[in-house]
Design a protein. Structure first.
Length: 393
């Protein structure tokens, strides 16, 4: 009897143990499935944010291309806002194509970026106003000349490179790979700015050998060169030259913040310009919104691919196939959802020219499409060479 009782007790314990283990395994399975779903949702959310940020960046690149075609950036030192002389831009404002279609004939919306509403550049105007003060000091003018040179260089570079992209690539290509190109240009721009900063640091040291002869509170400063016969002033300028050579050698990490500041200022101020589209004044934020609308189908397709890949990766084959079938049914309209339906295009007209507006400043022999280094003869040649390279590519 005791043996049979012991056997029944042992069997009961085994039964309880197996039931407990099965319940534990089922709960663990539920926890694993729940964690996979959470990981799937997080990965999809992060991917969607990245995709939207990417296409938002593409729209900003597109906006900069249209600004460059309008040729309104302050790329000329002999024109406003560096001086009081206003440039002549023809035509002004120029019509630019944006959100082009693949119809026959090709159509697009039109955008204008007028010079008059974008002619104010507070920082450059502050520099100009100080240079024209009767008590203007040569050392301050030295630093201002460096800052203005960097600003002018960067605006000229933006004007040249973005116009080249606008003329070389069709709009979908700019939207597709614009941010990738911009990353390379950004890194290259930092490197070039550092080299150019070192150059203008030394090139503008002639200010150390100038003196302001205007000792009144009226009029503009009257600069005269300091000669070796003005012994004190000449040695003072020579000492300053030596000092600033040591500064750029030993304090370069600190002073190099200057070109970085104005490099980013050029980019940001370009993006803050205003445009006219469909009779309304808009900003770059409006371009982002319109880009997300007009390229809705492309964005949704990219998001769908990412969601499918994430589903197969996190949830497994069966949920991935189920989601794939669902998306196909939505795409062909069997399941009624309009996520794959493109927006209705409005305010379209035939394409206009992609040629850059011609800016003419006093002192120019001919109207030039001012490019790198202020649109001087060498800069114009650089522009032509870059265009040839772009067309060849």
């Amino acid at each position: 009897m005791s043996d049979s009782n012991d056997t029944s007790i042992i069997d009961e314990k085994k039964t309880n143990s197996s039931s407990n283990s099965s319940s534990n395994s089922s709960s663990n399975s539920t926890e694993i499935n729940g964690s996979k779903v959470v990981a799937f949702i997080i990965s999809v959310a992060v991917a969607i944010v990245k995709i939207l940020l990417y296409f938002s960046g593409s729209s900003l690149i597109l906006f900069m291309c249209k600004i460059a075609q309008s040729n309104i950036l302050p790329s000329q030192s002999n024109c406003s806002p560096y001086t009081d002389t206003q440039p002549t831009i023809n035509p002004s404002p120029i019509q630019t194509n944006i959100f082009t279609t693949f119809t026959e004939p090709e159509m697009s919306m039109k955008m204008e970026i007028p010079y008059d509403i974008n002619s104010k550049h507070k920082l450059i105007e502050i520099f100009k106003n100080y240079k024209e003060k009767p008590s203007s000091y040569f050392l301050a003018n030295y630093l201002i000349s460096i800052c203005e040179s960097i600003l002018q260089f960067n605006y000229s570079a933006i004007n040249t490179i973005m116009n080249l992209m606008n003329q070389t690539f069709i709009e979908p290509v700019i939207i597709g790979i614009g941010p990738i190109i911009f990353i390379f240009l950004y890194v290259f721009g930092i490197f070039i700015n550092m080299l150019y900063f070192i150059y203008v640091w030394f090139a503008n040291m002639s200010w150390f050998f100038k003196t302001n002869k205007n000792d009144t509170d009226n009029g503009k400063p009257q600069w005269e060169d300091v000669t070796i016969f003005s012994t004190v002033n000449w040695f003072y300028g020579a000492a300053l030259s030596m000092l600033f050579v040591f500064i750029i050698i030993f304090w370069f990490p600190i002073v190099s913040m200057l070109p970085m500041l104005f490099f980013h200022n050029s980019i940001i101020s370009t993006l803050l310009m205003k445009a006219i589209m469909n009779g309304k004044q808009i900003s770059c934020l409006s371009i982002i919104k319109e880009t997300l609308k007009h390229y809705k189908l492309t964005i949704i397709c990219v998001i769908s691919i990412v969601v499918l890949l994430s589903a197969f990766s996190h949830l497994g084959v069966i949920p991935g196939i189920f989601l794939c079938v669902t998306l196909v049914l939505i795409y062909f309209g069997i399941i009624r959802m309009n996520i794959f339906t493109p927006i209705e295009e409005t305010n379209l007209s035939k394409l206009v020219s992609y040629d850059q507006a011609i800016k003419t400043c006093p002192g120019d022999k001919n109207g030039q499409k001012h490019g790198w280094f202020g649109g001087q003869k060498g800069g114009d040649n650089i522009t032509k060479q870059l265009k040839k390279i772009g067309k060849y590519m």
